[in-house]
Design a protein around this ligand. Structure first.
Ligand code: PEP
Ligand code: MG
Length: 326
């Protein structure tokens, strides 16, 4: 099995019927980049920028961020890199510091993700200017975390315009057509993905949070994690709605939550129409293995059965049967 996986390193992720699937990497810490270079992949689908802000007394300035983003782009060697703007709050806390979001009574529902960035324009603009400058000579995409409404996307787009204007005034280069995308990880965003899609260049489904908010279970609370169910009919409905919205708007939709890196869900996601998967590099070859053994033409009926099912207890059996094909 290990040898088979190693053999897949240089191979494209293609299904048996010849459909090319994009496999991208999630990077949380700089050392994940080394693993990504070893396993290969089509680019970076989620670069989490929080680590730059954590475990230090102050926030990084524009220059430091710019240099850090340039380094990531250099490591990616011309492949596309999606960098997510700051996603602080809730499970991503700054311990022992004055700056950063207040935990509040219910941090998962509080000032986190894009809400925090929009409430701190100075911090947000600094990061946007650094990202824009890094986009001058390499394919970089900006991704907005925890979007709940179209309004937030419009506000963020305005901030990106402001950041571009300051670079124009300074005479600094950037990619004027830099793609901007929204993460779909809140049920309200999934249900209105068709509207959000009109204002962005791509969508990316963050299942870790989407499952948390759909089923109302804290993703880091051990007392309730037995309820965490990626194939709950309600979750699959939201994933399917988002994929459909992307197809109708003609923009790509990727998935960067852990579900995308779990090989037991690969066929189901392919059947639902997902073509861009982003995951921790350690799971990339396992997922590629399933892809190379799957014929998309055979998935249709069973995936529709999955979507029609309203009984969460039947899901494991449906999954087993889908994965047993061939
Ligand atoms: C997610 O929520 O699925 C996601 C990819 O973001 P994070 O895990 O960083 O919240
Ligand atoms: Mg998230």
């Amino acid at each position: 099995h290990v040898r088979e996986l190693k053999g897949l390193r240089g191979e494209p992720a293609c299904t048996l019927d010849g459909t090319r699937i994009q496999l991208l990497a999630n990077i949380e810490l700089p050392e994940d980049l080394r693993l990504f270079r070893k396993t290969g992949g089509d680019g970076i689908g989620l670069y989490r920028t929080e680590f730059l802000y954590m475990n230090r007394p102050d926030f990084p300035d524009e220059e430091e961020q710019y240099r850090s983003y340039l380094e990531i782009l250099a490591q990616a060697d011309g492949m596309p890199v999606t960098i997510r703007t700051l996603d602080l709050g809730a499970d991503k806390r700054l311990i022992g510091r004055e700056t950063g979001p207040d935990d509040g009574h219910n941090p998962a529902l509080g000032l986190r993700g894009i809400r925090y960035s929009l409430s701190e324009p100075g911090i947000f603009l600094k990061q946007l200017r650094a990202l824009l400058r890094a986009s001058a000579d390499a394919p970089l995409r900006i991704m907005l975390p925890l979007v709940a409404t179209t309004q937030e996307v419009l506000q963020a787009q305005q901030m990106i315009e402001v950041a571009k204007q300051s670079l124009d005034a300074r005479g600094q280069d950037y990619d004027p057509a830099i793609p901007v995308g929204a993460m779909i990880e809140v049920p309200s965003a999934a249900l209105t993905a068709h509207q959000i899609a009109r204002h962005v260049d791509f969508l990316s489904i963050g299942t870790n949070d989407l499952i948390q908010y759909t089923l109302a279970i804290d993703r880091v609370d051990d007392h309730v994690n037995y309820l965490y169910d990626p194939v709950h009919p309600s979750v699959l409905k939201l994933i399917s709605t988002t994929l459909q919205a992307g197809r109708r708007a003609g923009i790509p939709v990727s998935m960067c939550g852990e579900m995308a890196g779990d090989p037991q869900y690969t066929r189901l996601l392919l059947g639902l129409g997902l073509r861009d998967f982003s995951m921790h590099p350690s799971t990339l070859l396992e997922v590629k293995r399933v892809i190379t053994r799957t014929d998309l033409k055979e998935l249709g009926g069973r995936t529709r059965g999955f979507l029609r099912n309203t009984d969460p207890d039947r899901a494991p059996d449906l999954l087993r049967r889908l994965n047993a094909l061939h």
